[in-house]
Design a protein around this ligand. Structure first.
Ligand SMILES: [Zn+2]
Length: 259
């Protein structure tokens, strides 16, 4: 599932290509995405990200909003030629085609007035202040890892980055969120900034099927300190990385230096 750094990677790549381009045609291959939106003939003004939504802003005040959900991905192709398997939508724009590929068909696409976006969530790529995190945590007893991954509270941190951020902060993922001190939340803030910005610089983490807009793997998988490293040595303290299951998800941490 694309997490925040992967969506940000797509956003930056789209921002390099789309603005100024005219939408020539929109083909909705999968009717679950809705009817053909009134985009043809208009020019793209900019591409932005709001949480894990990609927003293609058009002239005349329309915005197309796309969410990749579980298995959606975007691919930039030349004007002519076949499209890949599981193609759900093709937007012909400028001198190429933006293709939505989605084997499990959970991705969503909608077009509306520019100001129709939902209220932004906490956005850990732009600002993720410790004071705000502490306020969200309050006296909650749910594990801090589950809090970081709660998409109703914080946009776009999934399993990989939650494990990596808590390792960076030296905080045990099982700790009740409400038990972290102000100093520990500051460590989470710092670790999140490092982990997420490095992932964007590496164009995402290609553990399974993530590819960028041009079909290339990201390289951040080489930076992972704990994720999927159970049985290997902790680079910080030499302890052994362990795996456990939390909320149905594999969770990796170093019991020797994460408290
Ligand atoms: Zn360790």
């Amino acid at each position: 599932m694309p997490e925040l750094p992967e969506v940000e990677t797509l956003c930056r790549q789209l921002q390099e290509i789309l603005p100024g381009g005219k939408v020539r045609r929109v083909d909705i291959v999968d009717p679950r995405l809705g009817t053909v939106p009134p985009l043809a003939g208009g020019r793209v003004v900019s591409v932005r990200r709001r949480g894990k939504y990609l927003r293609i802003e058009m002239e005349h005040g329309l915005t197309a909003e796309l969410h990749l959900r579980m298995t959606g991905r975007l691919l930039w192709l030349e004007e002519k030629g076949p499209v890949p398997r599981y193609t759900r939508m093709v937007i012909a724009v400028g001198n190429g085609r933006l293709v939505l590929i989605d084997p499990r068909r959970f991705a969503t696409f909608s077009v509306g007035p520019a100001d129709s976006a939902p209220a932004p969530l906490e956005n850990p790529l732009e600002q993720f202040p410790a004071s705000r995190l502490r306020a969200i945590a309050g006296k909650r007893r749910l594990p801090v890892k589950s809090l970081l991954m709660d998409q109703r509270l914080i946009a776009g941190i999934g399993n990989i980055y939650a494990c990596e951020i808590l390792y960076g902060a030296a905080v045990d993922p099982r700790r009740p969120a409400g038990s972290l001190t102000a100093a520990e939340w500051r460590r989470v803030e710092k670790a999140a900034a490092v982990v997420l910005s490095r992932a964007v610089a590496c164009r995402g983490t290609s553990i399974s099927d993530w590819r960028d807009l041009f079909g290339k793997s990201g390289t951040n998988q080489h930076n992972l300190a704990v994720y999927a490293r159970h049985g290997e040595l902790c680079r910080r303290c030499g302890g052994t990385i362990e795996r456990m299951t939390m909320g149905g998800r594999g969770t990796w941490f170093c019991p020797s230096c994460q408290h």
